[in-house]
Design a protein around this ligand. Structure first.
Ligand SMILES: [Zn+2]
Length: 447
C-alpha cells in the first residue's frame, strides 16, 4: 500500500520541486555520444495538477538548450534560467486534471555544483555515470525534483554500440542499428527523481547467485579486469539479499543491479534497483562489504520507503547503517551491540549539536547522522526486544512501500509495537542533540 502524505516545500532546497502538480510517469528518450559528451533528449511527462488551476508550473533542468515545450500537445511559453524551466501552458490546466508535458533539450551535460561537490551526470574517461543524491537529477532531465514526487519511468538511451547502458529497472529491449544501440528500461515502481540512476560504460555483465523461484535476479556490471575482485567482494550479496528479505520483508523491486565503474568514487551511491560503486570499492578482500550491505538496504529504506523531504534523511541513512550492523551480526562478524558501542564511543568524542529529526542541510551527510541514526534504531530494538522490533521494521517497509515518510510517521509506527510510551527515547535520540547513554539489550525501554 502506498501512503502519500501532503508535504510542503523542502526547506533545505526551496528552489527544487513544485508542489502545484505531481508527476506519475516520465518517458525519457536520450541520445548520448561519449566522446563529445553530447546529450540530446526528449521527455514526455504525465502529470496531475494539484488543488488549484495551473496557469504556470516549474520543472528543474540544468543549463541545456531547450528546443520545444508542449503541454497537452500545444506549444507552451517558457523561460529557462538558473536551473528552472518555467512553463506557461497555452491553456491553463484545470485543478486535478491530468496533463502531459513534452520537453526537448540538448547540450553537454555536467554535474550540478553543490556543497558536496558535483552531483548528477558525470562524464567519465570512457562513458558516463549518474548519481544524483540529493539534487543532481536536473543535470540530465527535466523533473519535478523533490523526493516525495515519485513516478514510474521508461528510459531509452541510444549510444555507440561499444558501450553498455545500465539503468535501474527491467531491460525491455536492446536494438542495434548501424553503429548505435538503443537500450530501453522500465522502472514501474514509484521512483524519486534523485534515485534514477544510469551508467554508460564498457562492462561485462554477470549474474550473482542463482535465483530460485521467487528469487531476486541480481546482476553485476563490471569492467572486465575488475571481475576477479568483484566476484570475491560481492559473493555474499545473495546471502545478504536473503537475510534482508527475512528481516525487512520482500525485496521491493523486480531486480537488483550493481555497477562498478572504472573510476574511483568517494562513496557508493544508491539508485532505484541499482547501486553504483567505484573501482576503489573492490579490493578482492571484501574490504567494502559493509557498503555492499548499506546500499542494498537502501532499496527498502530510502528507495521504496522514501523521505517526504530532506529533513528526514536519517530515515534513509540510519536504517542503512543499522543494516550494516545486522549483516555483520548475522554473518559471523561483530554484533550490533558491539558496533553500537563503537559508534557510541566515536560520537562521544565529537560535538553534540546534531539533531537527527532536522539536521540542517549542511549536516545531511555528516557521518554523525549515520552513526547516531544507527544507534537510535538500536535503542528502539533494545526497547522493543527483537521479536517486536523486526515485526515493526517489516511493517514499516510494507505499510509505506512505494510511499513517503516522516520522522513523526516513524515514531507513531513504532509506538504501535510497544507496551510503554517511547517519547523519552525519541526525545533523546531523535529530537535532542546530547548523546544519550549507550542502549543495550539488557536495558529494555531505558533511554
Ligand atoms: Zn546511504
Amino acid at each position: 500500500m502506498a501512503v502519500q502524505q501532503s508535504v510542503g516545500q523542502d526547506p533545505y532546497f526551496p528552489g527544487n520541486g513544485d508542489l502545484r502538480y505531481r508527476v506519475h510517469r516520465y518517458e525519457l528518450t536520450l541520445d548520448y555520444r561519449p566522446a563529445p559528451n553530447r546529450l540530446s533528449g526528449s521527455a514526455r511527462i504525465n502529470a496531475i495538477a494539484g488543488r488549484g488551476q495551473l496557469t504556470e508550473f516549474q520543472l528543474n533542468l540544468a543549463d541545456f538548450r531547450v528546443g520545444r515545450v508542449k503541454v497537452d500537445g500545444r506549444a507552451a511559453h517558457y523561460t529557462h534560467r538558473g536551473g528552472k524551466l518555467r512553463v506557461r501552458p497555452a491553456k491553463p490546466v484545470r485543478a486535478g486534471a491530468a496533463f502531459t508535458v513534452e520537453v526537448q533539450w540538448s547540450g553537454n551535460p555536467r554535474p550540478v555544483s553543490s556543497p558536496w561537490g558535483g552531483l548528477g551526470w558525470e562524464e567519465l574517461e570512457d562513458g558516463a555515470l549518474v548519481a544524483s543524491q540529493p539534487v543532481g537529477a536536473p543535470s540530465w532531465y527535466p523533473c519535478n525534483d523533490r523526493p516525495a514526487d515519485k513516478a514510474s519511468y521508461q528510459i531509452a538511451v541510444t549510444t555507440p554500440s561499444a558501450y553498455a547502458v545500465v539503468a535501474g529497472g527491467r531491460l525491455l529491449t536492446r536494438t542495434t542499428k548501424a553503429s548505435t544501440t538503443t537500450w530501453v528500461y522500465e522502472q514501474a515502481a514509484p521512483t524519486s527523481s534523485y534515485l534514477v540512476g544510469l551508467s554508460i560504460g564498457k562492462y561485462q555483465t554477470v549474474l550473482l547467485g542463482a535465483p530460485g523461484p521467487g528469487g531476486v535476479p541480481q546482476h553485476g556490471h563490471i569492467p572486465a579486469h575488475l571481475l576477479p575482485r568483484f566476484s570475491r567482494d560481492f559473493a555474499r550479496q545473495p546471502a545478504m539479499m536473503d537475510l534482508f528479505q527475512e528481516l525487512f520483508g520482500p525485496y521491493p523491486f523486480d531486480e537488483y543491479a550493481v555497477v562498478v565503474t572504472e573510476e574511483e568514487l568517494d562513496v557508493p551511491v544508491e539508485a532505484q534497483g541499482l547501486s553504483l560503486f567505484g573501482s576503489n570499492h573492490v579490493d578482492g578482500a571484501r574490504g567494502s562489504e559493509r557498503l555492499v550491505a548499506h546500499e542494498l538496504a537502501h532499496q527498502w529504506f530510502g528507495n521504496s520507503v522514501s523521505i517526504a523531504d530532506w529533513r528526514q534523511i536519517w530515515l534513509n541513512e540510519g536504517f542503512a547503517k543499522y543494516a550494516e550492523w545486522l549483516w555483520s551480526e548475522r554473518s559471523g562478524g561483530r554484533s550490533a551491540q558491539q558496533l553500537a558501542a563503537a559508534a557510541h564511543r566515536s560520537l562521544s568524542a565529537l560535538p553534540e549539536d546534531l539533531r537527527l529529526a532536522d539536521p540542517g542541510r549542511k549536516s545531511m551527510f555528516d557521518d554523525r547522522l549515520y552513526q547516531r541514526g544507527g544507534l537510535a534504531l538500536h535503542a528502539v530494538r533494545c526497547a522493543l526486544g527483537d521479536d517486536a522490533f523486526f515485526r515493526m521494521l517489516r511493517g514499516w517497509a510494507a505499510l509505506y512501500r512505494g510511499g513517503v515518510v516522516t520522522t513523526a510517521a516513524f515514531t507513531a509506527h513504532v509506538a504501535r509495537f510497544s507496551d510503554e510510551p517511547l517519547d523519552e527515547l525519541f526525545d533523546a535520540w531523535v529530537y535532542g542533540t546530547a548523546l544519550p547513554p549507550l542502549p543495550s539489550s539488557g536495558t529494555r525501554a531505558a533511554v
